[in-house]
Design a protein around this ligand. Structure first.
Ligand code: CA
Length: 146
């Protein structure tokens, strides 16, 4: 099961997407405010975060920056704000992808899978002294030579 934290103040969107993502072995935990998002991150491990930008309390971009300071969890920004500077800032603040609303839920699934695959590849490269082992490629390299 892939555990997803969805930070979104519109409950209908969270409900709709949770139902859809459940078909893909993805479990959505929905929170509506930045405070409850930070609490949730303290309490539990999540594989990925879906972050709306227009939130109560503080702006989603600010929240993205705060989360990135303490957590490596992949972040996908999902927003109705079509502003290019938001997109650029989001990526600069450590988001992994940016999805403008409205989008097809199927596209969200594809983006989630792509982001998680990228993280998995990074994690599967272990280092042991001069040697590194890449489990995905089944390769062992000495001093980065394959
Ligand atoms: Ca919103």
């Amino acid at each position: 099961m892939i555990e997803i934290l969805m930070i979104e103040d519109e409950l209908e969107i969270t409900e709709l997407l949770s139902r859809f993502l459940a078909q893909y072995n993805m479990n959505v935990h929905g929170v509506q405010t930045p405070t409850s998002a930070l609490n949730a991150l303290k309490m539990d491990h999540y594989d990925l975060i879906i972050l709306d930008l227009s939130l109560p309390e503080i702006d989603g971009l600010e929240l993205c920056k705060i989360i990135r300071k303490s957590y490596d969890t992949p972040i996908i920004i999902s927003t109705a704000r079509g502003d290019l500077s938001d997109k650029v800032k989001g990526l600069e603040f450590g988001a992994d992808d940016y999805l403008p609303k409205p989008y097809e839920p199927r596209e969200l699934v594809a983006r989630i899978q792509t982001v998680l695959r990228r993280y998995k590849t990074v994690e599967s490269i272990h280092r042991d002294g001069d040697f590194s082992i890449d489990e995905d490629k089944m390769q062992i390299a000495k001093e980065d030579r394959v």
